[in-house]
Design a protein around this ligand. Structure first.
Ligand SMILES: C[C@@H](C(=O)O)C(=O)SCCNC(=O)CCNC(=O)[C@H](O)C(C)(C)COP(=O)(O)OP(=O)(O)OC[C@H]1O[C@@H](n2cnc3c(N)ncnc32)[C@H](O)[C@@H]1OP(=O)(O)O
Length: 257
């Protein structure tokens, strides 16, 4: 089964991470399929905007697949993995069409980076959001800090990053991370209604505004900052603090099963 589902609806390309049993953790398959799907959506004239979401109702994305990536021990081994997903998120951030993260569930670790790479974050209630990397001996390593600092007030972004805490959708809204939180029990229909209304204008209007937004960025400098973040995270990856924290997470699960 494909790790990423791709569909089209009313001008949207919908990309759905399809690993709900692993809480939509990102592995190499998701990375590759996401990069290809973004390219297809950008080139497809029937697509006006892109929605990134997760399957199931528990998790939008739980970040990197800690089990699959636990065999990466050194800086040299961690760097290519971080760089690969960093490239996907940079692509999404610089996409010429507007992008929305539809938070169907928790967005933690790299999942919160994926969401902040998008232009808007629409969420259901009762979910956790957090740049929790600091609790496992890392910083963001896919460009998430660069994106958060571009999109949020810097003290709010820094608080979420440095604390590595988990926030409710409502707390994340107060920090300026979240764009909209659904209110009704039928969160799915409400979210799609909100998104449809947000993108009701024609495709050239949507892409023009996206172009104006992108034009404020120095893209070379941005890429340099993302690369610095990835390299630094790769250095932290190799340290005991990170490996011990991941083992504790994996063993916690083993004890319960
Ligand atoms: C690369 C780096 C970066 O940012 O650059 C990162 O992302 S570091 C990665 C940061 N992510 C993490 O540390 C993992 C965080 N995960 C969580 O906090 C939690 O799992 C939630 C996402 C809140 C979901 O909680 P919930 O109680 O619904 O589920 P759970 O914890 O029982 O997990 C259900 C199953 O999904 C698996 N699972 C959960 N998160 C996973 C992940 N990131 N990678 C691989 N497997 C994962 C669990 O091991 C378990 O598998 P079994 O059923 O087989 O036992």
């Amino acid at each position: 089964m494909s790790s990423l589902l791709e569909s089209r609806k009313d001008g949207a390309a919908i990309l759905t991470i399809n690993r709900s049993l692993k809480r939509n953790a990102i592995n190499y398959d998701v990375m590759e399929e996401m990069l290809e799907a973004i390219s297809r959506a950008e080139a497809d004239s029937s697509v006006s905007y892109i929605i990134v979401t997760g399957s199931g109702e528990q998790s939008f994305c739980s970040g990197g697949d800690v089990r699959e990536f636990h065999n990466l021990r050194t800086e040299e081994e961690a760097y290519p993995m971080l760089r690969k997903m960093g490239t996907v998120l940079e692509r999404l951030f610089l996409c010429k069409k507007p992008t929305v993260a539809l938070l169907n569930g928790h967005a933690v670790g790299g999942g919160s980076e994926l969401a902040i790479a998008c232009d808007f974050r629409i969420s259901r209630s009762n979910i956790q959001v957090g740049f929790i990397q600091g609790s496992i001996g890392l910083t963001t390593g896919w460009g998430g800090t660069v994106f958060a600092l571009e999109r949020m007030k810097s003290d709010h972004a820094m608080q979420m990053l440095i604390s590595a805490d988990r926030y409710s959708a409502e707390e994340a809204f107060e920090k300026g991370y979240m764009t909209y939180i659904t209110k009704s029990a039928n969160w799915h229909s409400e979210a799609y209604e909100y998104i449809g209304n947000l993108f009701k204008r024609s495709s050239p209007i949507l892409s023009s505004y996206k172009m104006y937004w992108l034009s404020r960025l120095d893209q070379d400098k941005l890429s340099e900052r993302i690369e610095q973040e990835i390299r630094n995270c790769a250095r932290l990856w190799a340290k005991d603090e990170h490996h011990i924290a991941v083992e504790a997470f994996l063993n916690r699960k083993k004890k319960q099963s």
